[in-house]
Design a protein around this ligand. Structure first.
Ligand code: CA
Length: 220
């Protein structure tokens, strides 16, 4: 899952970016509203975290621009503005959720999971194709009745595949879900992760389509 973090406070931004990476998100962090609009135009994100008080263009304007361009990108406003009018205004402008600073990272992560499981996934918080189940809250995978714990990056990769069962994802598709802009990516990192996941959940769970990419089967 790829997150656009829009936050001009260096301390808050660095802390949130690190916490998101630890929780297996790929993070692109921008510090002003104009950069946020540009980033959302060139990159596809699963969710944006939007501060309201921002230089160049403020958060309300960023949100208005995102919605004008017809972007379905889920947005969580994360701000110190805690007034009822601010919260109502933010939600009416098209935000999906509103979190007031200071907040606990655990709550932010839970709200992100809640938003990310909405599209087409019914009510279950688990991602599953009928063969493998993955729990976004614990990073545990269940396969053949066996539960195993995945590292942050193993989780991010398997999550990318399980979100699109039956679809082949290329190496660069997978890298986009695992690494942010500033992260160094080893050329064979994806193969290493696939190998590690297969050791944990069985080699048949992820199929390699030679020269194209990897996939998990759609539920039958
Ligand atoms: Ca701010």
């Amino acid at each position: 899952m790829r997150v656009l973090l829009i936050e001009d406070d260096r301390m808050v931004g660095a802390a949130v970016a690190q916490a998101l990476k630890d929780a297996a998100y790929a993070v692109d962090w921008v510090t002003d509203g104009e950069s946020a609009i540009e980033a959302a135009e060139v990159e596809t994100y699963d969710v944006a975290l939007l501060d309201l008080g921002l230089p160049v263009r403020d958060g309300r304007e960023v949100l208005r621009r995102l919605r004008q361009n017809g972007r379905a990108l889920p947005v969580i406003i994360v701000t110190a503005r805690d007034g009822l009018d601010d919260r109502i205004d933010g939600l009416d402008l098209g935000a999906d959720d509103y979190l007031v600073k200071p907040f606990e990272i655990r709550e932010l992560l839970a709200r992100m999971r809640a938003i990310l499981r909405r599209p087409g996934s019914g009510t279950s918080p688990l991602l599953s194709n009928g063969v493998i189940s993955l729990d976004p809250a614990t990073h545990e995978a269940v396969h053949d009745g066996e539960t195993c714990h995945l590292t942050a990056r193993e989780f991010a990769l398997l999550q990318a595949l399980l979100t699109r069962p039956g679809t082949i994802l290329s190496r660069s598709d997978l890298e986009r879900h695992i690494y942010g802009w500033n992260e160094e990516v080893e050329s064979n990192a994806v193969e290493f992760l696939i190998h590690a996941i297969r050791k944990k959940i069985g080699s048949a769970a992820i199929r390699n389509v030679r020269g194209v990419g990897w996939m998990v089967d759609r539920a039958s």
